[in-house]
Design a protein around this ligand. Structure first.
Ligand SMILES: Nc1ncnc2c1ncn2[C@@H]1O[C@H](COP(=O)(O)OP(=O)(O)OP(=O)(O)O)[C@@H](O)[C@H]1O
Length: 373
């Protein structure tokens, strides 16, 4: 039943297709990334001819289309060629073993046996299969920075890049995708890897505001009812997204949350205030993502830092040790990990009476962190 005026009826929605605004949606069109797509195609083309593809480092800040570019190209390869493709999410699979388990699943279409099969066996089954089938495998290590944080990147790349030496005829190419622009990947890997890893570099710069408007406009058309989102609202979303380092994930999330806010108020059209209210929650999407990826011990330490409000590393250690009983070495490792993923900042300062001491600061508002733990 439709009600009069601007109010939504119970059976109505501001959305036409809400799925278009979900995180795993792969967009039909992919504008403003032509040169990056060309470079990736150039690197992957040898695979189509049965040769080893060129290796690639795809770099750029979060939400700049790196994953989408690879998903699109891998989708085309899967549909139109015999090349085997596998994208591994290293935020989830952050060890060499987990990466190869995921590759096993992509190659065989079923999971490796759960009852502890050794890395060597995993590796051999995958490479044997490639040789038997005369197949080329293109691997994308997405969010590879997480392998670096766990000190697993050298072993993983080494195994992939030298696969053809231990198993003649195994052809594997690797696209590593990193969203940590401070991390120099080539410095993070050891010399054995550096000597075989000579990747093509593909850079994904942040989208500027007109590009953001253009991309989001298409989502609005597909995702919302006609006229539900006007140009002023779209501009506001694009402005906030551009301020957030052009992270499109933020823009898409804002649109969806603003739409839900309008619905909650029973309105047919989204207003700028819906966007501003949505921003208060959406600005923490990266924080939520990072906290979700932490281990229990890492969460414990983050919790201690949030409740202490940061401070001297020694004091934070005491509180952490009281809670977990863990020793200083482990504490220092976890502290470094939290800093590498960008949840805290630390810096050495000279404090009277204490000499040089490491000061810890949360990178986010303490309440926002505590809510997500
Ligand atoms: N040019 C584009 N056109 C349409 N949608 C896009 C475009 N670029 C990115 N997106 C959308 O923005 C969101 C983030 O993109 P994507 O996951 O590809 O970024 P990313 O660079 O891999 O991010 P991260 O480094 O954080 O993993 C996705 O929902 C994707 O669909």
């Amino acid at each position: 039943m439709t009600e009069d005026g601007d109010m939504l009826g119970w059976d109505e929605s501001v959305f036409r297709d809400e799925h278009v605004l979900e995180i795993d949606y792969v967009p039909e069109t992919f504008h403003h990334r032509d040169s990056q797509m060309e470079s990736l195609k150039y690197a992957l083309r040898p695979a189509v001819r049965g040769s080893r593809p060129l290796n690639v480092i795809a770099r750029g800040p979060p939400g700049t289309g790196k994953t989408t570019a690879v998903q699109k190209l891998f989708g085309e390869l899967r549909a139109e060629t015999d090349v085997l493709v596998a994208r591994v999410n290293c935020q989830v699979d952050a060890t060499r073993y987990a990466v190869f388990s995921s590759l096993f699943e992509a190659v065989f279409d079923y999971e490796p046996p759960a009852s502890g099969i050794s890395f060597r066996e995993l590796f051999e089954q995958i490479t044997d299969h490639l040789v038997e089938e005369d197949a080329v495998l293109a691997v994308a290590l997405d969010d590879v920075n997480y392998l670096a944080y766990e000190n697993e990147i050298s072993e993983t790349l080494y195994s992939l890049l030298r696969a053809h030496e231990s198993q003649t005829g195994a052809r594997i190419g690797v696209i590593v995708i990193s969203s940590d622009t401070d991390l120099e990947l080539l410095d993070a890997v050891d010399e054995r890897v550096q000597s075989v890893f000579r990747p093509e570099e593909v850079f994904f710069p942040p989208y500027d505001q007109p590009e953001i408007v253009d991309i989001l406009d298409e989502r609005v058309e597909r995702g919302f009812q006609p006229d539900a989102v006007g140009p002023t609202v779209l501009d506001r979303v694009a402005e906030l997204t551009a301020d957030h380092d052009g992270d499109l994930r933020m823009g898409i999330d804002l649109l969806r949350r603003a739409g839900l806010n309008a619905e909650m108020a029973g309105r047919r059209t989204v207003a700028s205030e819906d966007v501003d209210a949505a921003y208060e929650t959406a600005k923490h999407v990266q924080l939520s993502r990072d906290v979700n990826a932490l281990s229990d011990t890492e969460r414990d330490l983050l919790g201690v830092i949030a409740s202490e409000g940061g401070g001297h590393a020694g004091d934070v250690f005491e509180a952490f040790n009281d809670q977990t009983g863990l020793a200083y070495t482990r504490y220092a490792e976890v502290l470094n990990k939290l800093e590498r993923v960008g949840l805290i900042d630390t810096q050495y300062t000279s404090v009277e009476g204490r000499g040089r001491t490491r000061m810890i600061e949360l990178a986010y508002d303490a309440d926002a962190v505590a809510e997500r733990l």
